[in-house]
Write a protein that binds this ligand. Structure first.
Ligand code: SAH
Length: 255
């Protein structure tokens, strides 16, 4: 008997051209695909017509399918013997619950294959020319969640670190995040960016400073999903954007 298996596939940030070849192969082979709500529709074009596509969202603030139900569904589908793909936005292992899903599948005796995807925290800044680890400005990058929970990052340690801060799920709490980072010692003039719906036709961005970030996002009505970038690497964006004027951009003062 062949082993039961689920393939956890990262769909990248939106543009289907950013899928890996391995991801496309897994999608073409799939008989059932369990899809997160941040996965762009265009990605599903690689799924066979005969395959079953089940949408199981976990989007913050929306009605979503409980994780335990998703785990049960994956296990049940794998036991039916199909090629099961669990398709997630970005990378399954970056704020994607991929680790938890692997553990649940393995506990049920099911093999897991993981196909990495391009994570929004790298790809969204890159969409406006921001190299998150540019050594002229920083020693590295920290990927953190701004969602707020018991997993609240240690903002003081991050502010002291000099690392580029890339914040996932931070849009709804941006006011609180800016205040927390200010209290933690980050200067209001620190360059900041918000990139919304990166690598999709809806992509928009704002370049400003930590002090003006919340107001800029509100006044420009930047929508979720969005990545926030805080750090000197943001300074690279204007010149890059000037060289390729493509998406509607919002720039504000450095105050
Ligand atoms: N596993 C995903 C992250 C899921 S958490 C990954 O690796 O990218 C969801 C958060 O990801 C969103 O709140 C937003 O902060 C970010 N995100 C996902 N897709 C995005 C996109 N196309 N543009 C900007 N941010 C995105």
């Amino acid at each position: 008997m062949t082993a039961l298996r689920v393939t956890l596939v990262g769909a990248g940030p939106g543009d289907p051209e950013l899928l890996t070849i391995k991801a496309v192969r897994a999608l073409r082979r799939a008989t059932v695909v369990l899809v997160d709500d941040l996965v762009a529709d265009g990605v599903l074009r690689y799924v066979r017509r005969s395959a079953r596509v089940v949408h199981v969202g976990k989007r913050g603030g929306c009605v979503s399918t409980p994780q335990a139900f998703i785990d049960k569904l994956m296990i049940a589908e794998a036991r039916r013997g199909g090629h099961v793909v669990r398709l997630k936005g970005g990378d399954p292992f970056v704020f994607g619950r991929g680790g938890e899903e692997c553990a649940a599948l393995r506990a049920a005796g099911i093999e897991v294959e993981v196909v990495n995807g391009l994570t929004a925290g790298i790809a969204a800044p890159a969409a406006v020319g921001i190299p998150v680890t540019d050594r002229r400005f920083t020693q590295g990058v920290a990927l953190v969640t701004g969602h707020g929970s018991e997993y609240e990052p240690d903002w003081s340690a991050l502010a002291r670190s000099g690392l580029t801060l890339v914040i996932y799920m931070g849009l709804a709490r941006v006011h609180g995040l800016v205040q927390a980072l200010g209290r933690a010692g980050l200067h209001g003039t620190t360059p900041a960016a918000a990139i919304s719906a990166a690598h999709t036709p809806q992509q928009r961005h704002a370049l400003c400073t930590l002090a003006t970030l919340a107001d800029t996002i509100a006044s420009q009505q930047l929508a979720s999903p969005a990545i926030l970038v805080i750090g000197d690497v943001v300074q690279v964006a204007p010149a890059w954007l000037a060289a390729q004027p493509r998406s509607p951009s919002i720039m504000c003062g450095s105050g």
